[in-house]
Design a protein. Structure first.
Length: 185
């Protein structure tokens, strides 16, 4: 196309502004909304939640979890972002199977180009391992067992370079964060 023909198009683009972004539709929009609800529910001071508020959070988590399980069963996950959003909701489930599926879906997200899936794959695997009474391997999970915060047990042998490929900080940083939890900071 010659410059003479491009000028009216360029002028029109400048005057009209950028074209609107395509709107997400269907399951992708629904998953994004559920993911945003899931994350918003976690941006609270957990120490100040009443039993009623904790019950409401658990109820919302359960509703989102069941819908995600339906979406997965219907094979409606289409994009890397769909896989990531579904995995994060499953990461807040309560059973080993939820965490294992979160790991698998976050791997799919990472393989499809969503870099957030790398860390979530590690975290979901660690949570799954904890749930089946095995040591976590990446050191992403902290638990308060009533006697204070812990990351134990952690399997030996995982290197910080492998942690880095999964967007997980070095174990020394995780242990420093654990100290801040233990001291109440």
């Amino acid at each position: 196309m010659s410059l003479r023909r491009m000028v009216p198009t360029l002028v029109g683009a400048v005057l009209l502004g950028p074209a609107p972004a395509p709107q997400e539709e269907g399951v992708s929009a629904e998953l994004r909304a559920m993911y945003e609800e899931d994350q918003a529910a976690r941006r609270v001071d957990w120490s100040n939640l009443s039993p009623t508020e904790m019950k409401e959070m658990a109820s919302g988590d359960e509703e989102r979890l069941q819908r995600v399980l339906d979406i997965v069963a219907l094979e409606e996950l289409k994009t890397a972002e769909d896989h990531y959003h579904a995995a994060m909701i499953l990461q807040h489930g309560g059973e080993a199977e939820h965490y294992l599926l979160a790991h698998v879906l976050s791997c799919a997200a990472a393989f499809e180009g969503d870099a957030r899936g790398r860390w979530l794959a590690a975290a979901a695997l660690d949570r799954y391992l904890q749930q089946i009474d095995q040591p976590q391997v990446f050191g992403t999970q902290y638990r308060n067992m009533g006697e204070g915060w812990t990351m134990e047990p952690i399997a030996e042998g995982m290197t910080d370079s492998v942690r880095a490929t999964h967007s997980v900080p070095p174990l020394s940083e995780a242990l420093e964060r654990l100290k801040s939890f233990q001291s109440g900071e």
